[in-house]
Design a protein around this ligand. Sequence first.
Ligand SMILES: [Zn+2]
Length: 101
Amino acid sequence: MTFDGFARAELENFFRRQEERGKFYCSTCLVVQLTRRGARKVVPVAWTAAIEEAFVQPGRLPVRFDRPCEACKKHRPTIGVEPLNREVSGQEIVGSLKLNP
Ligand SMILES: [Zn+2]
């Protein structure tokens, strides 16, 4: 794996943490969060590169334009993960339809 690939994988790992569910950060705040709490081996400039790439090619991490950043509350493009309960409620609707014809 390249170093950029490592930073990108760590970025996705960060958003898999339970406490980050449903939170969206702008690129500036995400660099701060990852520098404080992400893998120690990754320097801020590498986080910045990985985050900029993630905004261009979000992959599994959705980019949102309709909600403010979790940290600075500014309206900027943000990236993060959808809250888990949204996925669960979708499954519950499907399940209840099957159970109650
Ligand atoms: Zn922010």
